[in-house]
Write a protein that binds this ligand. Structure first.
Ligand SMILES: NC(=O)C1=CN([C@@H]2O[C@H](COP(=O)(O)OP(=O)(O)OC[C@H]3O[C@@H](n4cnc5c(N)ncnc54)[C@H](OP(=O)(O)O)[C@@H]3O)[C@@H](O)[C@H]2O)C=CC1
Ligand SMILES: CC(C)=CCC[C@@H](C)[C@H]1CC[C@H]2C3=C(CC[C@]12C)[C@@]1(C)CCC(=O)[C@@H](C)[C@@H]1CC3
Length: 354
């Protein structure tokens, strides 16, 4: 089945398996991306990996409404749980022979707090555009420890994805085939929010910013280690998109009030993509690119002009090889620890059951 006009996947392919770790019920950047990919290439085989199968079923139904012949599989995956990631990866390996695209889209920002004073100070400063694009200095979150003993934001936004890639290496790293992983990072990613001594961000108040910076570093390391095995990694920022994540930052009535202002600001700020469709621009654009033509040090931004035209722009990330290598080694170490802990606790459960 010819799957698209781009040569990087080969002229003929049995099926393209595009794998998406999260989709929100009839909304969100993940679902918008699925819509756009199916519009681009109806022969794709999508697998929606979601923690809530009811919502996943609804997302699937909405995709099939507009693409009746599409092939859309579902998979249960809570990317914030080690056990769930391992089980989901087993299932993927049993179902599919290869993966062309792995979109790492799941992300959380729990208990966000806006620094109102900093917002009004920023509003009347030269930094105002940057503040609206990155929320630098505006947002803090309260993180929790999950049942694996990991910080929840780190586990969901970074480590679960890392573990998934590690587990899926047999499908992603094939010498005769090119695979792609795409991280939905953020322009909120900031070097100063990340500390190698505290990569889980146990002691800070910006776990979201820290986890997104870590994903930027990890993508660089993955390219260094895996390009020779046919795996290519890229990073995007969708801009400011109105989704559940953003609505969760302020009370809903407040958003209704400021929405007209947001649309007004959008005329001057191309990072205000606002709709999930626009936010998925860079994800969709990457789907059409040859991996060798991409810059491993660039973050690809979805942007929308004042006139409403969508485009993708690469911007250099504030990352370096040395730091990315140290993070990669630390993640491999942590992987060993969580695997050992999990097998010990499974052994304990078995002996308790006997
Ligand atoms: N909105 C924005 O302005 C920006 C968003 N981003 C990033 O874009 C990505 C998508 O977010 P967005 O669409 O905005 O927000 P949504 O909250 O709409 O989507 C986040 C998705 O992640 C899923 N998810 C969260 N935790 C898990 C988990 N443990 N296991 C599996 N899936 C999970 C959610 O599932 P469920 O449906 O079950 O809740 C949801 O579908 C995130 O990584 C976010 O950080 C980056 C920059 C800006
Ligand atoms: C009136 C008050 C006190 C605040 C209203 C505006 C902010 C809530 C708003 C300004 C910049 C926005 C922003 C994001 C969320 C909402 C803002 C803080 C993001 C953090 C959402 C998630 C991301 O990853 C970023 C890229 C966004 C950057 C800008």
């Amino acid at each position: 089945i010819p799957i698209n006009n781009n040569t990087f996947l080969g002229e003929v392919c049995l099926h393209a398996c595009v794998y998406l770790p999260s989709v929100t019920l009839c909304s969100g950047i993940g679902l918008a991306l699925c819509e756009r990919l199916l519009t681009e290439e109806s022969q794709l085989r999508l697998c929606l990996a979601c923690r809530n199968l009811q919502r996943a079923e609804a997302a699937r139904a909405s995709l099939l409404t507009s693409h009746a012949d599409a092939s859309v599989d579902l998979l249960h995956l809570d990317v914030g749980s080690v056990q769930s990631v391992l089980a989901a990866a087993q299932e993927v390996k049993a179902r599919y022979g290869r993966i062309d695209f792995l979109y790492l889209n799941a992300g959380i920002m729990p208990n966000p707090q806006v620094n109102v004073k900093a917002f009004f100070k920023g509003l009347f400063s030269w930094n105002v555009i940057n503040m609206f694009a990155t929320a630098e200095g505006l947002l803090t979150q309260q993180d929790l420890v999950n049942s694996d003993g990991l910080q929840e934001v780190f586990a969901t936004n970074l480590f679960g994805h890392f573990l998934l890639i590690r587990e899926l290496e047999p499908l992603l790293c094939k010498t005769d085939h090119v695979s792609r992983v795409v991280w939905t990072s953020s322009s909120n990613a900031r070097r100063s929010a990340f500390s190698m001594e505290d990569m889980e961000h146990r002691n800070g108040t910006e776990p979201y910013s820290s986890s997104k910076y870590a994903s930027d570093l990890l993508s660089l390391a993955l390219n260094r280690h895996k390009n020779s095995q046919g795996l290519f990694s890229s990073v995007i920022c969708p801009g400011l998109v109105m989704t559940n994540l953003t609505y969760g930052i302020l009370p809903s009535g407040f958003w209704t009030l400021i929405m007209p202002i947001m649309w007004l600001i959008r005329i001057f700020t191309n990072t205000f993509t606002l709709t999930p469709y626009n936010g998925a621009e860079a994800l969709h654009w990457l789907f059409l690119q040859k991996p060798e033509s991409l810059d491993p040090r660039a973050k690809y931004h979805s942007l929308t002009s004042g006139l409403g035209t969508n485009y993708t722009q690469p911007r250099q990330m504030d990352i370096d090889e040395g730091t990315s290598e140290v993070l990669y080694s630390k993640l491999l170490e942590l992987e060993k620890v969580v695997r050992r802990t999990l097998s010990e606790s499974n052994a304990d459960k078995e002996s308790d059951g006997q």
